[in-house]
Design a protein around this ligand. Structure first.
Ligand SMILES: Cc1ncc(COP(=O)(O)O)c(C=O)c1O
Length: 331
């Protein structure tokens, strides 16, 4: 596979499992359901940022960075994985985290990802309510430079054309697993936020010439805004990797009716979907991303979007430590 002139470092030791969800398929009397377990990447409880960080950290090292700087919400899985990656490569890490409207409480502010960030040795900068998170982080980058550090700024969710290469590679890995297991994969459903995962998967499917649908379930934005994010990533990636941009754009498939009032704000259907997967498959989803994406998958199945002969996979992108930040919902 071509990459964007960046070698990757190793943050995961193996491929992630690709398995059937037999109990759920039977309970729903549905298409054949599978799961790609990117919650099992192995880096500080895993998740989809590991694959992106393999490319981003390589780029940071190439540029002689001494400190990774990134941004996110208080319960950012991306922030937690970034500290973990920094620790593995003896880099410092500064997290700039913002409060998410409609969330709060002691668990949200201190447990889940925040607890793990602290255990791994960072003290996140919490952005004051009247300040913009990105501006705050870019000012910090300048301060760090003045102190003699070489900061490497990672955009929200690690979703730039370099980070998204991690999901080009995931598409390759998944399709190889399908080949080995003799499965023709009709659709792959996942949570889409900062869009690097979806852009990378689309690019990967395009490079492979696979006709698998890549369906992104939005966690924060309406379809038009999400589409723009994906196109902004596909444009530079198509040049660097050599795939047809228009054909990739035609593949964009988005469902935006499942995220409720906004990013990180729980929905009743999300709580039910998390319980459903835990009880049928012993798989723990998360409240912000995969729980809402699973609501989308269950609804699509309910609406007969797939036939009984089709093979449909869910990409588990991690985040289950976030359950502790929302624990009252599940009592
Ligand atoms: C658990 C989880 N799933 C999905 C996503 C969405 O991935 P992307 O930002 O690449 O769209 C994130 C992003 O933070 C995440 O933490």
């Amino acid at each position: 596979m071509k990459t964007l002139d960046v070698k990757k470092v190793a943050l995961m030791s193996n491929t992630t499992p690709f398995e059937p969800m037999l109990n759920l398929s039977k309970a729903l009397n549905s298409a054949k359901l599978f799961i790609k377990r990117d919650d099992c990447t192995g880096l500080a409880t895993g998740g989809n940022k590991t694959r992106k960080l393999e490319y981003l950290v390589a780029d940071a090292l190439k540029k002689n960075a001494t400190i990774l700087v990134t941004i996110g919400g208080i319960q950012s899985n991306h922030a937690r994985q970034t500290v973990a990656a920094a620790n593995k490569f003896n880099l410092k890490c500064a997290l700039v985290l913002e409060k998410v409207p409609g969330t709060g409480g002691d668990d949200y502010l201190q447990s889940g990802n925040m607890l793990l960030d602290t255990i791994m040795g960072t003290e996140p900068h919490i952005v004051p309510d009247d300040k913009d998170c990105l501006e705050y982080a870019l000012a910090l980058v300048e301060q760090l430079k003045a102190q003699g550090e070489v900061p490497y700024f990672i955009t929200v969710g690690g979703s730039d054309p370099i980070g998204a290469c991690g999901y080009v590679e995931c598409a390759f890995e998944l399709m190889e697993q399908c080949k080995q297991q003799q499965i023709k994969l009709d659709a792959l459903i996942h949570a889409t936020g900062s869009a690097g995962t979806q852009a990378g998967l689309i690019a990967g499917m395009e490079l492979l010439g696979a006709d698998t649908r890549v369906i992104g379930v939005c966690v924060s934005k309406p379809e038009t805004a999400q589409r723009e994010l994906i196109i902004d990533l596909l444009e530079p990636m198509s040049e660097a990797l050599g795939f047809d941009l228009q054909s990739a754009i035609k593949r964009i498939d988005i469902k935006d009716q499942y995220y409720g009032e906004g990013y990180g704000i729980p929905t009743t259907a999300m709580v039910e979907a998390v319980k459903t997967l835990a009880r049928h498959e012993a798989i723990l989803l998360d409240p912000v991303y995969t729980g809402k994406a699973m609501v989308g998958m269950l609804d699509m199945i309910n609406n007969n979007e797939f036939s009984a002969e089709q093979n449909v996979a869910f990409l588990h992108t991690g985040g289950s430590v976030g359950l502790f930040a929302y624990k009252d919902l599940f009592k």
